[in-house]
Every structure is written in C-alpha cells, then in structure tokens.
Design a protein around this ligand. Sequence first.
Ligand code: NAD
Length: 349
Amino acid sequence: MKLVLVTGAAGFIGSHVSELLLSEGWRVRGVDALTDNYDPAAKLRNVSGMRHNPAFTLLHEDLTRAELGPLVEDVDAVIHLAAEPGVSTSWGEAFSTYVERNILATQRLLEAAACAHAPRIVYASSSSVYGPTLEAMHETSRLAPLSPYGVSKLAGECLVGAYAHQRGVPTVALRFFSVYGPRQRPDMAIHRFTEALLDGREVSVFGDQVQLRDFTYVGDVARAVVAATTAPVPSGTVLNIARGAPVPVPEMLRLLAEEVHGEASVARLPHRAGDTEQTHGDSRAAAAALGWRAATDLRLGLKHQVAWHRRLREHPEQEGVTSPGSPGLQAIPAIHGSMQGSIQGGWDR
Ligand SMILES: NC(=O)c1ccc[n+]([C@@H]2O[C@H](COP(=O)([O-])OP(=O)(O)OC[C@H]3O[C@@H](n4cnc5c(N)ncnc54)[C@H](O)[C@@H]3O)[C@@H](O)[C@H]2O)c1
C-alpha cells in the first residue's frame, strides 16, 4: 500500500483529499497543527469519519517547528495543503502568521522533501496569485496578488519552483479557485450565507459591484489533487483547478436561497481590500495533464453543502462531533506519539 503525507489533513480540503486517497487504497499520514483560524473542534470533526480506519494516521504537528525529516522519510508522495487561508484577514499584524504558515512552513517541508528524495510534492496554490482581470486566467496570465495572502501563496509557489529546478524535488502546484462544499470553512462566503439563510438572518455581501466567482466543488478539487499525486507530468508544473464557469454572486445566492427554501435579504457592506471583481480559471492545462475536469454543477454542489449544514444542525453526532482531548481523538492512531494528550488548541480564492 502506498503512503502519502497530507499536510492540513484536518482542514476543509485536506479532509476530502484524505478520504478520497483512502478510498483509492492509499495509506494516509495526515499532519495538522489544528490552528485557530477556526474552531479546532470543527477540524477534528472533519476527520472523525476516518478515525477508525487503520490506514489513516493524524499527527498533531506544526510544520513551522516540527522535525519534518521523519514525516517525509518513507512516503510515496506529499500533498501540501496546510496554510493560513483567508484574503481579508491577511492585512496588518496578521501577516506574520501568513509568512510563518504559508512561506516558512512550505520552505521547511520542501527542504525535508529534498533531503528525503520524496518522489512527488503537490502544492496547494490559489487563484489569488493572479492580478485583476476580466479575462479567463491562464497559467501564464500576469501574476500580481491583490492581498498579503495572495503574496504568501505566490511566495510558496516560487519556493516550490526553486526546489523543483535547483534541488530536483518533483513538484506540481495547483491553483484552486473558490472551493465550496461540505465542511467549507466558517469564514467562507457560502458557509456564512447558508448559516444566515437557515437562521432567517440577513446575508452580508461585501462591495457594491456585482462580483463573479468561479466556484469549484471540493469533491472535484480532491480528484484533481489525487490525480496530480501520480500523474506523469514534468516537475515544476503549475495548473489551474477551476470549474471554468464564473457565476455572479447574486445568482449563486439565488440558487442557495432556493435550496434552503428561504428568501435572501441582503445587507451590503463596504468593499474589502484584496477582493477582486472576477475570477475565471482556464483549466484546459489540467484537463490535458491530469485528465481532470470539474464534474459538479453549482446547483448540485450547493445542494450537497446545504445538506451538510442541515445534518450538522440536526444530528451533530452523525458527523462525529469530537472535542479536543475526547476519546474519539485518542482513538486516532498516531506515530511518534504526536497525538498524545489533549490538543491545544469572504472570499477565498
Ligand atoms: N478553500 C479555498 O477556496 C481555497 C482556494 C485556494 C487555495 N486554497 C488553499 O488550499 C489549502 C487548504 O485550504 P482550506 O480551505 O482547506 O483551509 P483550512 O484552514 O480548512 O485547512 C488548512 C489546514 O492546515 C492546518 N495548518 C495551518 N498551518 C499549519 C502548520 N503550520 N502546520 C500544520 N498544519 C497547519 C490548519 O490547522 C488547517 O486544518 C490552503 O493551502 C489554501 O491556501 C484554498
């Protein structure tokens, strides 16, 4: 059985990627610091469905500090999803967290991967690396991040390129576009909108211009990540992972309200620095390199996400809600004893 290291395994995208890998017969060594960008209990809940699977291990380690050699030593691939996400929160003092978790952590992992001769590292990049444009974004489009978050993701991508070309680390960078679906982070727009609609509250939309987003379903993104783990592509490859169909936010909100059977009453809030007018990813390169194409239409993806919000409200135990230090957590097999003891615990592009 092949072994893959997944960083950020307890996160929104990382938990879906880990589940897909397990279903395809991989052993997954997950690592996650359970950082406080949102409730660590929600992250433990994300992985609770895998905790009895003997092929899954979750290590509570911080990539900015941990000794990474043992983590990458014997793996067949590394999938690097761990990061501090969020565009609007990346200004000011908070940027130091983005530098540590997105740039320093990536460099430390690449260094360990180079020393261990890791066969493949897949890096999670973002559409935030692109400059503003109303055209479709190609991998060769102008790179000019609008936010400190985008700068940190681009810096990570540059490090990935440097280690690919100078240190022989086989890499693939994937630029994700507005990922949504079950377990979406609570700070993200569709999560916030769904909770507001279910409560009968106003939905807060930032900016007075109609924005368009290329919403991409998390199950499709997970398929792209898993495909990139073994695809025979040249080292240093960079690929957009997007549905390729930008949707005006009011149209998405209309579909979401229909799904919730509610009316969306909208409160307009001021534009947030770092938000762009439109994202539109051209994923033809991913289709050619990975045989990948987004398969989930927005209405169906929203249906899945709303169903998840409802399940969580009605039967939280079914999602295996686990609090830090609970017996469920202890049941997750760990190596290096890292899971012993209790865990201390807008728009995203
Ligand atoms: N969600 C999106 O729409 C989107 C879009 C573009 C790119 N991305 C990228 O995809 C990746 C996953 O994003 P997500 O939305 O699942 O976020 P998330 O916050 O749900 O997941 C990230 C996980 O990484 C962990 N982590 C952070 N710093 C760490 C560290 N130093 N050591 C170990 N673990 C650490 C966190 O605890 C968290 O569980 C990120 O790299 C993000 O930049 C996401």
